[in-house]
Design a binder for this molecule. Sequence first.
Ligand code: DQA
Length: 147
Amino acid sequence: MKKNKILVIHGPNLHLLGAREPDIYGKATLRDIDKELKAKAKKNDFTIEIIQSNSESEILEKITNTAYDFLIINPAAYTHTSVAIRDALLGVDKPAIEVHLSNIYKREDFRKKSLISDVVLGVISGLGKGSYLLALDAARDFLNKKS
Ligand code: DQA
């Protein structure tokens, strides 16, 4: 049987994790997070592809031109600005979860508005790398129900 494929997209500046505002984003690097995601995906018998991009256009290409069964996306700063990412998600109509390391509702007012939240299945925000790992659990439950 064909394995389900999870696509994980980390948006702008997330390559700086570990060094970037550790009080807000934690000390884990993107490598640490990706390693855990890959191990968990393997346990669940998923194929996983993970990218980090600082470019909105590259993120759009990935969302719209890649084959996958479930998307986990941290749009980072684009969460609050990108009508284009919102439209791409609507355009492909694939199951997706928005994740954030920090709790965006506990921060500056401009972060409290997400252009993405109402076009995805759900949002996990504020649990550090746990936000990504829980999203993978949710992907598993969703895909199991579907099959
Ligand atoms: C973030 C929250 C965003 O507001 C911010 O621009 C980021 C990271 C998070 O994971 O907490 O870059 O998406």
